[in-house]
Ligand binder design. Structure first.
Ligand SMILES: C[S@@+](CC[C@H](N)C(=O)[O-])C[C@H]1O[C@@H](n2cnc3c(N)ncnc32)[C@H](O)[C@@H]1O
Length: 450
């Protein structure tokens, strides 16, 4: 059956994601391939995929009350259809229940699942009748169950958040991670100011606002029908506000040699170039050659002329950079990405507890590869888009224990007054979406070489 409807496309993308695809890439490919002329169909497709991935735990809790068989016994395609139907019934109020039932059953038929149409119809009918009386576990009585079933976290992650943050903050964070992420731009100081960017956006029918913390950030609050202006001219870089805080915290100066050890796709590298007005030497490395190409493309578009990009595995010190030759190093390390779950909702179900130890080992090895390149007195900034202690405090503690010539340094004196609430009591940056202007969860620490 050819894919012509947003529901069928969403069903197919969810199948691909179950087999390892990334949701954002699969959605982009589907939107290019399919002729969904109506913008509402395109929006529905995206909403269905992201909604089901984000709220799978919640959907399964509701469905399991309406289905006689355990959900684990259902055919994967049937469960996928039930989740799609349940998401529309529970979370998309503008779609009438009878339309959800009809569309889901018709899609099942079209997919050759005639044998399951009775079950699908029965379960969704019962959910329609009982949706107001679902006994969602309450946050104050049963926080673990609330995190799993109402806020849709896998059991291990719910447990992890509770241990690290306590019940109240864990629930606030989990609720924020269910929201769509803001779409944020960084005005590229080499070519424009934030005021110019905002003016161009308004003229083109979009609505933006200034970010609270990042001084060149714009949150796009309402998108018009036209393309965003200024992309090919290099007026902006798409970059979350938390990510926009990292380059300023490295506090690079003109004339310095800066190593960006895990640089692709280059958001922070090009920000470093803009902050030094192209008057530093920036070595931008990344493991994957195809991602290094993205750094070069971004640098060209944004007018960053001081970046040398090449591929390298930073778990080994590069032989083309002399020891003690870098004034500053940024290690924006690969991580579990739990701080950006809003942008990659499939990670919620793909990540496993053992990933944290694997990531921590990689992060430690990259730090060890970068350490000899820093000059005495130089600064190393380590950042990750996650919040787990394994990938933050514990990685740094292990690194400092093995590198006695490094010491931890407080970031607060290097940040403007209105950023002070973003740091913990040891002076590490610790942003959280429910607390700080909706930005992604990032963690960063400053280390100095003695
Ligand atoms: C968090 S991303 C970096 C984002 C980038 N700093 C930015 O702002 O656009 C981590 C990067 O580390 C790279 N990476 C993973 N393992 C690496 C290794 N062993 N050596 C160098 N880079 C690595 C990944 O390819 C990925 O691009």
């Amino acid at each position: 059956m050819a894919i012509t409807s947003p529901r069928h496309a969403a069903f197919d993308i969810l199948r691909q994601v179950e087999n390892g695809a990334f949701a954002d890439l699969a959605i982009d490919a589907a939107l290019k391939r399919l002729s969904l002329a109506d913008p509402r169909d395109r929006a529905l497709l995206t909403e269905l995929v992201y909604g089901v991935l984000r709220r799978r735990g919640r959907l399964d809790f509701a469905l399991s009350r309406c289905c006689r068989q355990p959900l684990s016994k259902l055919e994967p395609a049937v469960l996928r259809l039930l989740r799609l139907g349940a998401h529309q019934l529970l979370h998309l109020e503008r779609i009438p229940a009878h339309a959800v039932l009809n569309e889901t059953v018709n899609l099942a038929r079209g997919l050759g699942l005639e044998r399951a149409t009775g079950l699908i119809n029965g379960v969704l009918r019962r959910l329609t009748r009982e949706q107001q009386t679902i006994p969602w576990p309450e946050a104050h009585r049963a926080p673990q169950a609330h995190l799993e079933h109402a806020l849709s976290l896998p059991s291990w992650l719910a447990q992890h958040l509770l241990t690290q943050f306590g019940p109240r903050e864990a629930c606030e964070l989990a609720a924020a991670l269910l929201d769509p992420a803001p779409f944020t731009l960084r005005a590229n100081r080499i070519k424009a100011t934030r005021e110019i960017l905002l003016e161009r956006l308004t003229q083109a029918g979009h609505q933006g606002r200034e970010t609270h913390y990042a001084d060149q950030g714009v949150v796009l609050e309402k998108r018009g029908d036209s393309e965003l202006p200024g992309n090919s001219e290099g007026l902006y870089q798409v970059q979350d506000q938390a990510s926009q805080l990292i380059a300023p915290l490295l506090a690079s100066q003109a004339g310095e040699t800066i190593l960006d050890a895990c640089a692709a796709p280059g958001g922070k590298t090009t920000h470093l170039a803009a902050l030094t007005e192209n008057h530093a030497r920036i070595l931008a490395l990344d493991l994957h050659p195809q991602r290094v190409a993205l750094i070069r493309q971004g640098a060209q578009r944004l007018g960053c002329t001081c970046i040398e990009a090449r591929s390298w595995d930073m778990t080994h010190a590069p032989d083309f950079i002399p020891e003690q030759s870098c004034h500053r190093i940024l290690v924006d390390a690969p991580c579990s990405g739990l701080g950006v779950l809003r942008r990659n909702p499939e990670l919620r179900w793909r990540r496993k507890p053992q990933d944290l130890a694997e990531m921590a080992a990689l992060q430690g090895a990259i730090l060890a590869g970068a350490a000899p390149l820093l000059r005495p007195g130089g600064v190393l900034l380590y950042s990750v888009c996650t919040f787990t202690r394994e990938e933050t405090e514990e990685v740094i503690a292990a690194f400092l224990a093995a590198h006695r010539d490094f010491a931890r340094d407080d970031l607060r004196p290097h940040a403007p007054p209105h950023w002070q609430e973003l740091f913990d009591e040891q002076g590490a940056l610790c942003t959280l979406p429910h607390r700080h202007d909706g930005m992604d969860a990032f963690w960063a620490v400053r280390l100095k070489k003695r």
